[in-house]
Design a binder for this molecule. Structure first.
Ligand SMILES: Cc1cc2nc3c(=O)[nH]c(=O)nc-3n(C[C@H](O)[C@H](O)[C@H](O)COP(=O)(O)O)c2cc1C
Length: 256
């Protein structure tokens, strides 16, 4: 019981572990204060801002500079027309970020023999692009969220998006970056795993896995607070079903 109270308290008081001087530095401040936004307003965002966010994605680093990503963009109106429903959370723009090795097939055929390495790097590179875009949005005073499940927006709806977006083999829809202006205050800090379970000095610390009890409980409590009629366990079971389906699609990519 005491532990539950402690974790409840931690959920509301958690903040980034960085010294004040570092926290207040502009870019650090953007990174540490970014939160996923789940409620956007109806206000348009400037086309130049959208372009700059996409450019931030294009300028992300990538292994061998292969830029194994594609961004499929939608305005709010285009999304509604294409998917017959609104962008999740009333977002204003959506960008489906794909890992993409299809594009390279005529130019870097040497890589064809190593699909596991290629796809792993492509996923990593596309993740870096997505993060650059997220930080760019934050820097421009906008808010964002990456989605891979809510509203059939990413990896967990691979087959659906493959069909809807006409994705050839070798293109993996990782996540949809939803962008807009936020409604209301920024939400609290979702619990982070303990520092020592993450930051390891010199060698891998297997004890990290034993330090996650409080974090897991905070995740369960946090979910209950935001979804009073459900619970995290139920949600995980729901994810599991979709994960099994997505697993099949990903396996197919490695077999090509
Ligand atoms: C690849 C990826 C997929 C995500 N998919 C979803 C999603 O489908 N639905 C959702 O509500 N949040 C989604 N999120 C947001 C995470 O829940 C969020 O990043 C995490 O709880 C940490 O919170 P923060 O982003 O505010 O720091 C996703 C985040 C990432 C990076």
């Amino acid at each position: 019981m005491l532990r539950t109270i402690k974790n409840f308290y931690a959920l509301f008081t958690g903040k980034p572990r960085a010294a004040e001087k570092q926290r207040s530095q502009e870019t650090m401040n953007l990174i540490l204060n970014r939160r996923s936004c789940r409620s956007f307003i109806d206000e348009e965002i400037a086309e130049e801002d959208v372009q700059a966010i996409l450019e931030a994605g294009r300028f992300a680093p990538s292994a061998v500079n292969l830029q194994t990503w594609s961004f499929i963009t939608f305005t709010r109106q285009e999304w509604r027309k294409h998917f017959d429903r609104p962008i999740p959370f009333n977002g204003m723009h959506a960008m489906v970020i794909c890992a993409d090795i299809y594009k390279l097939k005529n130019h870097f055929s040497d890589f064809i023999e190593t699909p596991y390495v290629n796809i792993s790097f492509a996923l990593f590179n596309a993740g870096l692009a997505a993060m650059n875009m997220t930080i760019a949005a934050q820097a421009l005073g906008l808010k964002s969220i990456m989605l891979s499940e809510t509203g059939k927006t990413g990896l967990l709806d691979f087959a659906y998006l493959k069909e809807k977006l006409g994705l050839p083999d070798g293109v993996i829809p990782l996540t949809t970056l939803v962008i807009g202006k936020a409604k209301g205050e920024k939400p609290g800090v979702p619990p982070r795993q303990p520092w020592d379970a993450t930051v390891m000095k010199n060698t891998y610390n297997e004890k990290g896995s034993e330090m996650l009890d409080d974090w897991q409980q905070q995740m369960f409590i946090g979910f209950k607070l935001t979804h009073p009629l459900s619970n995290f366990q139920k949600q995980l079971e729901y994810y599991k079903k979709k994960m099994v389906e997505a697993e099949e699609e990903i396996k197919k990519q490695y077999r090509k």
